[in-house]
Design a protein around this ligand. Structure first.
Ligand code: ADP
Ligand code: MG
Length: 788
């Protein structure tokens, strides 16, 4: 901490939370403007570890990640400028700004740069950045909306008067009007336009001034220039009592531009809201139970105060405040916010509950295991945030072009003015103004982010979490889907159906040995064997797990192996009779073998169920012309049984993670766009190798799965919806981009040639960006398809 002031600010945040702090600050700010020293003091307070706990995700010792709100973003060029500026700071590892939500995600190396330095750097280029806090952002948007509405109202009311005067002057031109009258009307128009210029149009000037003082050209520069030139030209004409006045055009510009900004704001808000339900899922307060001697006391505390190990009471109807384990009470909870699945899930002592789920029936006492940024909900939000801020290539290009585009427009405007001055001096002013106002690079850069934000937010409500910016684009292009079997196409809830002793030992002791070997494995087979045994596992040394094959270990000085036939035979150096293998696998059941140096000792037959909806997904994929492959480490017979039930014609068995990856690579070499669908338990390398990774996500595995798309609902048919949404999103993005490019290509030359009156230019550019945003909003509503 640098000074007492920062210390005090940090303490205030720790005590009252960010939200309370913001409210206090907003209410007490003298003019709503940031005061520089005050800002810096607050910025430094954000370096305080205690303060960071609420909004910074600690990825490793030095790597931190935070979500920020950026105030002052008015166009795509601002996005580009901020990204370029922040990423150039030494120690900043990654930065992405989302134009649709005005949020930035920054990853930095805490040993090289402090968060306050990043905030200061943003401040230095004329923007304000602070930690993302949902209610604060809502308040900001609401304030912005109200301010815009006021400016819009002033422009509308005064604009009307100017228009009436303008109409009389036009009529006067036609029927003849005394010079004094005309002059008088002009002066009055000037007087009425002035407040529009000074009050309603102020945000444009402010942003343009910020851009110019930092040698940047954003959208507001040509707009402000257009308005100023039109006004100055008219004022000059009024003073000299000669030439045309354009007060009506000025009023109209300002009115239309503000209208477009207003609707854009409302639409952006709606697009961002699609994923917002999650943000408000956790309650503000919780009931903490403390044991004082023999008395149990209940106290209400803020959720930020909860720490691991605390016990909280969750009455029916209340939301679970953080992740934990039920230690008392039986009830059912609604986890739909996290999984999209609305059926209540039964909970009893020993079960885990996640923060954000709603308790239904009776009180639960929960011991908190994870709080704040470590909870499942926080990781879901972080992943969604990443997807929404990460930009696909086309969006990046649009942002970068916007900055140059504006510069190009300014140059073209200058040339146009010179040309018209020489050829038709009467018209240089309106033509110049039209050129300055008609272009709309914002349509270009709004095209992609609004569509992606709306689509990903909508999918989240289905329990389908998109975690990367490229995911929808890639999904729309995917032509080969590769599925893992166990846990993906099947439920992965295996049961031991039969135990076959192939030696003299009895079934029970063989099962105990098997369970001992499996005791540390996460594999569904391991869990099945462990639950089949009542006796606790014995001592085991040197456990090694070979993903996709099995497990080995030393029990009582004896080496044991459990796994598929190939693995067990190869490791123990013994052979299994092929007929035994075939007979046990009959009907497509999964079999694992247990062996020691003396040979194979036992076989366990396991049963699993196909996931509901798997067949309909496969059918849909085939019907849309996709290739489908089943890759499994299981035996041929199990693989073929599953494949024939699901109608998959291409199945491959006995695959190790390496050979699965090799298969994916080979398909990619042939030019396929490959999506790998797995359960994320032991197929991480294959998932990472595919163009698009889709994993079954649940509970604590969410962050570990590291996939581009997570099926939190565990409903395979939701992939049908996702594919359809992805296609629709790409179509809308293409439409938007095509419109934006076409509009600008057509409008600019027409304006330069003098075919576009200034008012038409104002309408055209406003309508253009509105069209793009409204088109994207169609994606916020998504139907559930094929839900089973
Ligand atoms: P899938 O590709 O169907 O998801 P895996 O790659 O996870 O299957 O595993 C392939 C095979 O390897 C399993 O069918 C099983 O025979 C064996 N295996 C993998 N892990 C284990 C384990 N922990 N215990 C016993 N067998 C295992
Ligand atoms: Mg698997």
């Amino acid at each position: 901490m640098c000074c007492k002031g920062c210390e005090a600010v940090a303490q205030a945040i720790v005590d009252n939370g960010l939200d309370e702090f913001y409210r206090h600050r907003t209410e007490n700010a003298p003019t709503g403007q940031e005061l520089v020293p005050e800002f810096l003091r607050q910025a430094r307070a954000y370096d305080h570890p205690q303060v960071q706990k609420t909004f910074v995700h600690v990825e490793s010792d030095s790597v931190r990640e935070a979500s920020l709100i950026l105030e002052g973003i008015t166009c795509a060029a601002c996005v580009w400028l901020n990204e370029r500026h922040i990423s150039a700071l030494p120690g900043v590892l990654e930065v992405n700004v989302n134009y649709a939500t005005h949020r930035a995600r920054v990853k930095w190396d805490n040993t090289r740069i402090q968060l306050s330095q990043i905030l200061e750097a943003v401040h230095n280029i004329g923007y304000v950045a602070h930690p993302y806090d949902p209610s604060h952002q809502e308040r900001l948007i609401e304030n912005e909306r109200r301010a815009l509405l006021k400016r819009l109202g002033v422009a509308a009311v005064l604009g009307m008067q100017v228009m009436i005067l303008a109409v009389s002057m036009y009529a006067g031109d036609y029927y003849g009007m005394e010079v004094e009258f005309r002059s008088f009307f002009s002066w009055i128009s000037l007087g009425i336009t002035l407040p529009i210029l000074l009050y309603s149009a102020a945000p444009f000037y402010r942003a343009a001034w910020r851009d110019l003082t930092h040698w940047q050209t954003g959208m507001d520069v040509p707009v402000s220039l257009g308005i100023s030139i039109a006004f100055a030209g008219s004022a000059w004409a009024t003073w000299h009592q000669s030439g045309h006045v354009y007060y009506d055009s000025v009023a109209m510009f300002v009115f239309f531009l503000l209208t477009a900004r207003y609707f854009e704001l409302v639409a952006r808000k709606r697009a961002a809201e699609a994923g917002q339900a999650l943000v408000h899922a956790t309650p503000a307060v919780a009931i903490r139970m403390t044991v004082d001697g023999s008395k149990v006391q209940e106290e209400t505390v803020t959720v930020a105060e909860l720490v691991t190990g605390d016990r909280v009471m969750v009455p029916p109807g209340d939301t679970v405040p953080a992740d934990g384990e039920v230690i008392e009470g039986r009830s059912s909870v609604d986890e739909s916010l996290l999984t999209g699945e609305s059926d209540p899930v039964g909970k009893q002592p020993g079960d885990t509950v996640v923060g954000g789920s709603i308790n239904f029936e009776s009180p639960l006492i929960v011991q908190i295991s994870r709080t704040g940024e470590d909870t499942v909900l926080a990781s879901i939000l972080r992943l969604l945030d990443r997807a929404q801020t990460e930009k696909p290539a086309v969006s990046r290009l649009a942002d970068r072009t916007a900055a140059w585009f504006v510069l190009g427009v300014l140059i073209l405007a200058g040339m146009t003015a010179i040309y018209w001055l020489q050829h038709d001096p009467e018209r240089w002013l309106p033509v110049l103004v039209s050129v300055l106002v008609v272009t709309c690079p914002c349509a270009l850069s709004l095209a992609t982010p609004t569509a992606l934000t709306a689509a990903t937010g909508g999918l989240t409500r289905l329990g389908l979490l998109v975690t990367r910016g490229h995911a929808l684009e890639t999904l729309a292009r995917t032509n080969r889907f590769i599925f893992d079997k166990t846990g993906t196409l099947t439920l992965g809830k295996l049961r031991v159906l039969e135990t076959h002793s192939l030696a003299q030992t009895d079934d029970a002791s063989l099962l105990t040995i098997a369970a001992t070997l499996e005791s540390r494995s996460e594999h569904p087979i391991a869990r099945a064997i462990c639950t089949a045994v009542a006796t606790p596992p014995a001592r085991i040394d040197n456990v090694t797990s070979t993903p996709g094959s099995g497990v080995s270990g030393e029990i009582d000085g004896d080496n044991w192996w459990i796994g598929n036939a190939a693995f067990v035979q190869q490791q123990s150096g013994t052979a299994i009779d092929p007929e035994t293998i075939a007979s046990l696998h009959a009907g497509g059941r999964t079999v694992v073998w247990l062996a020691n140096r003396a040979g194979v000792q036992a076989a366990f037959v396991l049963g699993d169920e196909l996931r509901p909806g798997a067949a309909s997904l496969v059918q849909y994929l085939y019907s849309t012309g996709k290739a489908v492959t089943l890759l499994t480490g299981d035996h041929e017979l199990a693989a073929q049984a599953a494949a024939s039930h699901l109608g998959i014609t291409d199945a491959r068995w006995n695959q190790t993670p390496d050979s699965k990856l090799a298969y994916v690579r080979a398909a990619q070499q042939r030019g396929d766009i490959v999506a790998m669908v797995g359960d994320g338990v032991n197929d991480a390398p294959v998932l990472a190798g595919a163009h698009l990774s889709i994993a079954m996500g649940s509970g604590a595995h969410i962050a570990a799965a590291n996939a581009d798309v997570l099926l939190l609902s565990q409903q395979l048919p939701h992939l049908v919806t996702a594919t359809q949404v992805a296609k629709k999103t790409m179509r809308i993005i293409r439409q938007n981009l095509a419109w934006a490019v076409m509009y600008n290509l057509v409008a600019l030359p027409l304006a330069a040639m003098g075919y576009v009156a200034p008012w038409m230019a104002a309408v055209g550019m406003s309508a253009s960006s509105l069209l793009v945003v409204t088109n994207a909003l169609r994606l916020t509503r998504q139907k559930k398809t094929g839900n089973t």
